[in-house]
Design a binder for this molecule. Structure first.
Ligand SMILES: Nc1ncnc2c1ncn2[C@@H]1O[C@H](COP(=O)(O)OP(=O)(O)OP(=O)(O)O)[C@@H](O)[C@H]1O
Length: 124
C-alpha cells in the first residue's frame, strides 16, 4: 500500500503540471481565451458589486468554468485536426466547426442565465 503512495502522489503532481502547461499554451495561442478570461473577471467583479447571492455566485463560477473548459477542448480539437491534416478537408472543417459550435451554444446559455441572475438580483 505504502510503496504505491509516492508514485500516486508524483502522478498527481505531474498531471497537475501538464494541465497547467496545457492551459498556459492555450492561453498564449488563443485570443478567444483572453477575451473569455477578461470577461470572467468583469463578471465576477460586477457580481460582487451588485451582491449576487451565494447560489448565484456558484452558478456564475460554474458557467465561467464551463465556457473556459469548452474553449480548451475546442483548442485541443483544433490542434488534433491540424496534426492529422494540413490540407483542406470537409471532415476537418466539420470537426473544427462542431467544436466551435459547442463553445458557442454554452456561451449563449451562460449569457442568458447571467442576465437572469443580474435581473433577479437588481429587482430584489
Ligand atoms: N483542414 C481544414 N479543412 C477545411 N476547413 C478548415 C481546415 N482548418 C480550418 N478550417 C476552417 O477554417 C476555420 C478556421 O480554422 P482555424 O484552425 O484557424 O480555427 P480558428 O478560427 O482560429 O478557431 P478559433 O478562433 O476558435 O481559435 C475553421 O473553423 C474551419 O471552418
Amino acid at each position: 500500500m505504502n510503496e504505491h503512495h509516492p508514485r500516486r502522489h508524483k502522478n498527481l503532481i505531474d498531471s497537475f503540471k501538464d494541465a497547467i502547461s496545457g492551459f498556459v499554451l492555450a492561453f498564449v495561442q488563443e485570443r478567444n481565451l483572453h477575451i473569455q478570461m477578461f470577461a470572467a473577471i468583469i463578471v465576477i467583479a460586477f457580481s460582487l458589486i451588485i451582491h449576487v447571492s451565494v447560489v448565484g455566485l456558484m452558478i456564475v463560477f460554474l458557467l465561467i468554468g464551463g465556457v473556459i473548459s469548452l474553449e480548451l477542448i475546442n483548442t485541443a480539437i483544433e490542434r488534433l485536426v491540424d496534426l492529422i491534416t494540413q490540407n483542406q478537408h470537409p471532415l476537418a472543417k466539420a470537426a473544427k466547426d462542431t467544436a466551435a459550435a459547442a463553445v458557442w451554444w454554452f456561451s449563449v446559455i451562460a449569457v442568458t442565465i447571467y442576465v437572469i441572475i443580474v435581473w433577479n438580483t437588481l429587482m430584489d
